[in-house]
Ligand binder design. Structure first.
Ligand code: MRU
Length: 346
């Protein structure tokens, strides 16, 4: 069974409401930029590439319905600005916004809505995913001389359900090739992407998977013959420092301690060479309720103060396996040279 995270037919956009997974599979209509903003902000749709795709397509939907009137360029600019503000850490929406704005300012408006639909971003993300997978698989499987060798992976978050999650894509493709023994997926508190989404996909697709809590990761590395840790990324900057779901950093430290290669799988569109180091990345801080309750049920002492950063930065020194992109697998020190000239400047 293949799950679809985003459905688009000319002028009509729907997203799989990830807040209702794994218990309900419900598609929500996105009729406007504001609908998309709310869906992104509330995490009905999540994961860096998916956020950008839904944001751009929501604009196409509104333009097609006639929004913008006599001044569509202003409408596009304000819409893209609004969409980019929904989740500041992932770079993909910001990059897409800049490219679409350039396009809107330079092309005739009659063509805009339909060309937005076929937006360069969507095409690039899809292509990026495909090539990233190929590179990821090669790197993980190649060192194994014995073709029957299977790998055990440990994954974290990065489960956007279906086509836009590269980390899950690596897992799925290894399974299809018969090279995956098992994936250990971390629960990924506080939002539980691992238990709600990765686990959902694994069960739906018959992928051998075991759910663990985040606090079991180091023990799992020691006891379960983990071949590699694979995570996604919301932003990879020039020196290779990588922002991803909070908790990624401690996984990388534990992987280094156990001598397990640590990989980041992300399309080149998630790389941002305009920032020198991870210190420059804006980390989104989310509402306290995500820690103090689950589905509206309180689970913490009333009145406790909460700090809820949604992401952390893994220093490049800990990314020991490499950064898997559609252009190849690079060590953090090789990234800038590898991507220079291939990425449009932010
Ligand atoms: O807050 P989220 O759920 O949007 O965070 C998602 C992640 O951190 C993912 O690992 C990342 O976006 C890569 S998704 C292909």
């Amino acid at each position: 069974m293949t799950l679809e995270a985003i459905r688009y037919r000319t002028g009509s956009l729907q997203i799989l409401n990830q807040l209702l997974l794994p218990h309900q599979t419900v598609y929500d209509d996105i009729r406007s930029v504001q609908d998309a903003y709310e869906a992104i902000k509330s995490m009905k749709v999540r994961g860096a590439p998916a956020i950008a795709i839904v944001g751009c397509l929501s604009l196409a939907v509104e333009l097609r319905a006639g929004a913008g009137g006599d001044d569509p360029v202003t409408f596009i600019r304000e819409s893209l600005c609004h969409l980019t503000s929904a989740r500041p850490t992932a770079v993909n929406m910001g990059r897409a916004a800049r490219e679409l704005m350039e396009f809107a300012e330079n092309e005739s408006m009659e063509k805009n809505s339909e060309q937005l639909r076929e937006s360069k971003r969507q095409v690039e993300d899809t292509q990026g995913s495909f090539f990233t997978l190929k590179n990821g698989l090669k790197k993980l499987v190649e060192p194994k001389k014995n073709q029957n060798n299977q790998v055990n992976l440990l994954s974290f978050c990065s489960s956007t359900v279906t086509d836009t999650s590269l980390c899950v894509g690596v897992v799925r493709s290894l399974h299809t090739l018969g090279r995956l023994k098992r994936v250990y997926c971390t629960e990924t508190r506080p939002y539980n992407q691992g238990s709600r989404l990765t686990a959902y996909e694994a069960v739906a697709e018959g992928i051998p998977a075991t759910l663990i809590t985040d606090s079991m990761a180091a023990l799992t590395m020691r006891e379960m013959d983990i071949t590699a840790v694979v995570v996604g990324a919301d932003r990879v900057v020039a020196n290779g420092d990588t922002a991803n779901k909070v908790g990624t950093y401690q996984l990388a430290i534990a992987a280094k301690h156990h001598g397990i290669p640590f990989y980041v799988a992300a399309p080149s569109t998630s790389c941002d060479l305009s920032l020198e180091s991870g210190r420059d990345i804006i980390i989104e801080v989310r509402p306290p309720e995500e820690l103090t309750s689950i589905n509206g049920v309180p689970i913490a002492a009333p009145g406790i103060e909460v700090w809820n950063p949604a992401f952390d930065v893994t220093p490049h020194q800990l990314i020991t396996g490499g950064i898997i992109t559609e252009l190849g697998v690079f060590l953090p020190s090789e990234l800038q040279a590898a991507l220079t000239g291939r990425l449009t400047a932010l």
